[in-house]
Design a protein around this ligand. Sequence first.
Ligand code: M6R
Length: 622
Amino acid sequence: MCGIVGYTGTREAAPILLDGLSRLEYRGYDSAGLAIRNGTELARVVKATGKLKNLAEKTDNGRSLPGTCGIGHTRWATHGEPNQTNAHPHVSGNARRSASGPVESDVVGVHNGIIENFEELKQKLLNNGYQFYSGTDTEVVIKLVDYYYKKYKIGPVDAINRMMVRVKGSYALVLMFRDYPGEIYAARKDSPMIIGVTGEESFAASDVPAILKYTRTVYYMGNLECARMIPGSVTFYDLNGDEVQKDTTEITWDAESAEKGGFEHFMIKEIHEQPKAMHDTLNSIIRDGRIDLSGAELTDEILQKTSQVYIVACGSAWHAGMAGQYVIEDLAELPVRVELASEFRYRKLLLEKDALVIVISQSGETADSLAALRIAREKGIRTLAVVNVVGSTIAREADHVLYTLAGPEIAVATTKAYCAQLAAMYCLALQMALVRGRLDPERYTAMIEELLTIPDKIEKVLEDKGRIQWFSSKFANAQDVFFIGRGLDYAISLEGSLKMKEVSYIHSESYAAGELKHGTISLVEDNTLVIGVLTQNDLIEKTTSNMTECKARGAYLMGLTSYGNYSIEDVADFTIYVPKTDSHFVGSLAVVPLQLLGYYTGVARGLDVDKPRNLAKSVTVE
Ligand code: M6R
């Protein structure tokens, strides 16, 4: 969740690290810090609470910290409250230091992840004379490296390896050692870490956007590996301290896609990038009017043999899975269960041997989704990852990978990655339906043709954003919002509701429309906003009745439907229309006004929509 950047090279490190951190701020933003070394001088550490701009101001945009080697961190607190003491970097020394002076420490480091046995390790270190100044697990792990380094009089790689054997949990660590100026060491287990090397410079980062400006050629660190970086070179080691040879991966994302490009926020930019995300994803899978899953090595035979599908994911990816469930069940007549990854991993599900477990994830690093994937693999069940970030852990560990081509998504609230996930699920459903003989070839072809029109239809929906902006300002002070729908409309409501609460902080709930009267309707009172999603023709009447029940209790009704369903206006106080399309794909259109509604409501309330409080883009802890 936290963002990490490291640099060693020929240029001033601090401005490069601040720039890299600014591109990772979506990973955490309750405090930030830098440790910079100037030649053989001791590292100087500066930290600030709140957004990264506070750290930039405190260091005069890095100018007050000269030196060509350094590490930086932007934090999403797990252990210890978000204050300056708990901010990273942390040091192995015992004494409290002045605000930005040099630190008398042999090891200084930054960390992303959770050290599960940190209490036990802390006690061991206390018994050995260490003192602790923070409430973090990170300080413990850095002092543990220091302990082994001194006790056994070994080098950094061996000390880190000893730490890795002892520590339980997940981590990406970047460290500097006082005796090794110009060198940076990295270690990882279950938290992402990439290394980029170009010319006379080396970079470490927890995510690609941090270093995209400098290099597109990266190494992905493996689990329980350690790396030693010097300017322009990196060496990887395994737990035995033996060198590991690695290939580089070329990142194809262009640097502009990680910039705001004239938009006020990343979220609205990414909402507008959905036609492209969908177009690119569809066109990577559809060739000559047919779905081609050979890139994911998913043969017709595998799909024919599949007896049950489990879709496992978190948050919005889980919502995409919900939509996928309705489409696969309806088109392919294949049983599907959609599971929250955090539940799946601890349930003793009896998985069928011919099942396919589909893990959906934008980041490919979500801890619960990764754990679920590993459980399925341990049980010998075939796994398919639907992932956006190339080379991410989930992508690397799954049996099959279907990449969504949404490009880098920076706003914490997902929009275009979710849109691309829907595209991938439609393609899977259509191909499953064809090879299982549930869809005749003519209808299959016609549905693919219709699917390819969706990107243009999303453009049409975006043209209507002015009305949604107006409506958002009208309800910006709402206390509660309820989203209701049935079937696929319910899946889309779930996503609309999450967008609303994530970025506007207004309490919102999504209910299967028929379920409302079993309790939740007691919350509806005068002027409560109830948003009905009504795109499934066979269910419109039913949901309309549920909306009428709310209206009778004083609710203000917004209807979201396709052009042609004008009778909704007899019930709804405000109606938004999306273009007509096949009912299986209409969710890709209906979700757009709901994303805009969340976005504009957050903006109207003056909130930081790209970095909502308490959230992180990539949830790499349990
Ligand atoms: O990277 P992932 O797709 O695995 O992330 C899953 C969720 O954490 C993510 O969708 C989250 O719910 C977003 N904040 C939603 O906007």
